[in-house]
Write a protein of this length. Structure first.
Length: 370
């Protein structure tokens, strides 16, 4: 689904970002990252641990509790040709859907040897075909461990975290000195539903101290799940936004979260989405009425938000669908002003970068008048 505003095209969401501002490592402490308060006309520079002071008793924070899979797997074809898999989705039984990087694509029925293969301490994969159909760009595989392990167990044992392409690390070989750091810091402290290939990065700033202070202030919390797919890094290639094909991601909203949303509305609190993935989940539910399923929601300027009042988010890639989402939420000119401020003041960008707090555009005037 999409709500496109014809005055905007892809080039409107471009900006020059110095490479030095792309964060390669997380802040020393999760809550020590910077926080750009963009909830008023003039941006204010803060530290993330100040977030509880910016929220009100009765507000509701909604987190994405997805957990990043060790979804990157290395192996070879029966011919010996090297390949790399990135598992996008775990299906029923031992079946998965994956991206494949290989010089020559294998045919259905081929057996792939991963991490040495079943006979050399690793496991095999049987290529069943393409997904979601014979013309699909993804590959449908059945994983075959020597001990009958589930796909999740195999990935946890043999896989590597699929860090974003703009974070530079040594080739996954077991010798990466940053592996321990990434293993901890590229997961949120409340990640408990495995299935994502990328972290919900706005939530990476939360630690137990901040969560405790939020609870003491009377801010309620709830969770949704959206398993972030590799499509989140796919560039938009069409200048006409209406021609962009949005990727599909699976989401779930549990009944306790729906009850928390209703209580928040009844008491006059604000719904605060932690990250764009939470926004996509809540607004997909609002449009479709479905508590669980796949979403291709494409949020661009002109979109009518129905659930989210405030957004906590990181700084996003130029020309990305996420830049379009935040511009739709807080207003294009305001967001571009905030990005200029962030670059001038050397905020850290992308997954391991700093955060920004935004209020929905319709509420901006009321906040400015406080």
């Amino acid at each position: 689904m999409s709500a496109l505003f014809p005055a905007f095209s892809l080039s409107d969401f471009d900006f020059d970002l110095p490479e030095a501002l792309i964060a390669q490592h997380p802040a020393p402490v999760r809550s020590s990252s910077r926080l750009l308060d963009g909830c008023t006309t003039s941006p204010k520079d803060r530290i993330f641990h100040e977030l509880p002071d910016l929220l009100e008793p009765g507000d509701l924070l909604v987190f994405n509790n997805t957990r990043v899979l060790k979804a990157r797997l290395f192996g070879e074809k029966a011919s010996g040709g090297k390949l790399e898999l990135l598992v996008e989705r775990v299906l029923a039984g031992n079946e998965v859907v994956a991206h494949m990087r290989v010089s020559k694509k294998p045919l259905p029925g081929s057996r792939l040897h991963l991490c040495g293969g079943k006979n050399r301490g690793g496991f095999d994969a049987l290529l069943l075909g393409r997904w979601p159909d014979e013309n699909g760009s993804l590959f449908h595989l059945a994983l075959e461990g020597a001990k009958g392990e589930t796909p999740h167990e195999l990935m946890e044992r043999f896989g590597h975290l699929p860090l974003p392409p703009y974070i530079e690390r040594k080739q996954a070989s077991g010798q990466d000195p940053d592996a321990a750091e990434d293993g901890e810091r590229y997961q949120t402290v409340f990640a408990d539903r495995p299935g994502a290939v990328a972290a919900p990065t706005a939530a990476l700033h939360f630690d137990e101290g901040v969560l405790q202070r939020l609870a003491e202030r009377g801010v309620e919390s709830a969770s949704v799940t959206l398993h972030v797919g590799a499509g989140t890094f796919q560039p938009v290639k069409t200048e006409n936004l209406a021609e962009h094909q949005m990727h599909s991601e699976w989401y779930d909203i549990p009944l306790p979260t729906l009850a928390a949303l209703e209580r928040c509305r009844q008491r006059g609190g604000r719904v605060i989405a932690v990250g764009t993935t939470t926004v996509r989940t809540l607004e997909s539910w609002a449009q479709s009425g479905a508590m669980t399923g796949d979403t291709r929601i494409f949020i661009t300027p002109g979109f009518a938000f129905q659930v989210v009042d405030v957004l906590l988010t990181n700084f996003h890639l130029p020309k990305s669908t996420l830049m379009m989402l935040v511009s739709a939420f807080a207003g294009y000119e305001h967001v571009m002003q905030l990005y200029r401020h962030a670059i001038e003041h050397e905020y850290r960008f992308f997954s391991y970068g700093d955060a920004m707090l935004l209020v929905r555009e319709q509420a901006q005037g009321a906040l400015d008048g406080k």
